[in-house]
Design a protein around this ligand. Structure first.
Ligand code: HSE
Length: 308
């Protein structure tokens, strides 16, 4: 095709107990529009998040992904013109790099006649990203669980109707690399067993719409305790979200954003409850020196979508 537009959701990985496995797609999006270049010149324009950041233009992850896909397809010389409209906050634990990578891969794949299927795109994205959890949710939407024995795989669940989220977006970024350096090489057996139970609860809670399982299901002992050093207000912000009415709360990805999940009778009811949770959380945090802004989001149930 001559040109393509791809819309990719933000994502929240881990959700507490599902460390390096779970992902949830959220209703805030990046859009990549692209067309093949007739020369070997790349042209990139970034609007929205990162538009004033020279590094975002220079080391653009959309372009990196497109270059990789063209090379894998045997067209290493291929260039493109790319327009990025970014609404996903960068470096906050909301899957901005996965959104960029998935957007680039899907756009490039469409432009050259779709030589790769979704499983190929997922594996390429996971390799480029380094972790599969955000890219699975960005590609497929809804709730995803990654596993793998060498090659990463994922399973997708459409969450039961009635789920929304409040993201308490941090003022500053935290790199995943730095957040991973805080993790120990081994964890106590007790803690691993704790997370097994909680991850089961959360999956059931999301699949069945059992709000009573979401709170306990989002508790974690594998990564959050170690990341407190980089996100010292994590426990306080989780507590505020719960007091404000969220059904569960956890660090979003490797942070520093904190996500609260909010259930309702249907998605519209969950979203209006989430608005109230956000307002109440902002009031509770006001004046205590927390530099976070609430972002209320629906669950994205479709993942990356293509418009030709
Ligand atoms: N699961 C990763 C981590 C972040 O917690 O370090 C997202 O890939």
């Amino acid at each position: 095709v001559a040109s393509v537009t791809v819309r990719v959701p933000a994502t929240s990985a881990n959700l507490g107990s599902g460390f390096d496995s779970f992902g949830l797609a959220l209703g805030v999006h990046n859009t990549v529009s692209a067309e093949l270049s007739v020369s070997d010149e790349w042209h990139v324009q970034v609007l929205g998040e990162g538009e004033n950041d020279e590094a975002v233009r220079r080391d653009n992850r959309v372009v990196e992904a497109m270059v990789r896909l063209f090379a894998e397809a045997g067209r290493p010389e291929q260039a493109a013109h790319v327009w990025c409209r970014n609404d996903v906050p960068i470096g906050r634990g909301l899957g901005s790099s996965s959104a960029a990578i998935v957007g680039g891969l899907v756009a490039a794949n469409e432009l050259i006649g779709r030589p790769f299927g979704r499983a190929d795109l997922f594996r390429m994205a996971a390799t480029l990203e380094g972790h599969p959890d955000n890219v699975a949710a960005a590609l497929a939407g809804g709730f995803t669980m990654c596993w793998g024995n060498g090659e990463p795989e994922f399973a997708h669940i459409d969450p039961a109707a009635g789920l929304a989220a409040v993201c308490m977006v941090s003022a500053g970024p935290l790199s995943t690399k730095k957040a991973r350096e805080l993790l120990p090489a081994v964890v106590p057996h007790d803690d691993a067993a704790f997370n097994v139970g909680r991850a089961g609860l959360l999956t059931a809670g999301i699949a069945l719409g059992r709000r009573d399982l979401i709170g306990p299901g989002m508790r974690d002992r594998l990564h959050e305790p170690y990341r407190l050093e980089a996100v010292p207000d994590l426990d306080a912000v989780c507590e505020v979200l719960i007091v404000a009415g969220a059904d569960g709360a956890a660090l979003s990805g490797s942070g520093p954003t904190v996500i609260g999940l909010v259930c309702g009778d249907d998605d519209a009811d969950a979203l209006s409850r989430a608005v109230r949770v956000a307002e109440r959380s902002a009031e509770l945090l006001g004046g205590t020196g927390h530099e976070r802004r609430p972002l209320v989001v629906a669950v994205d149930r479709v993942g990356a979508t293509v418009t030709l």
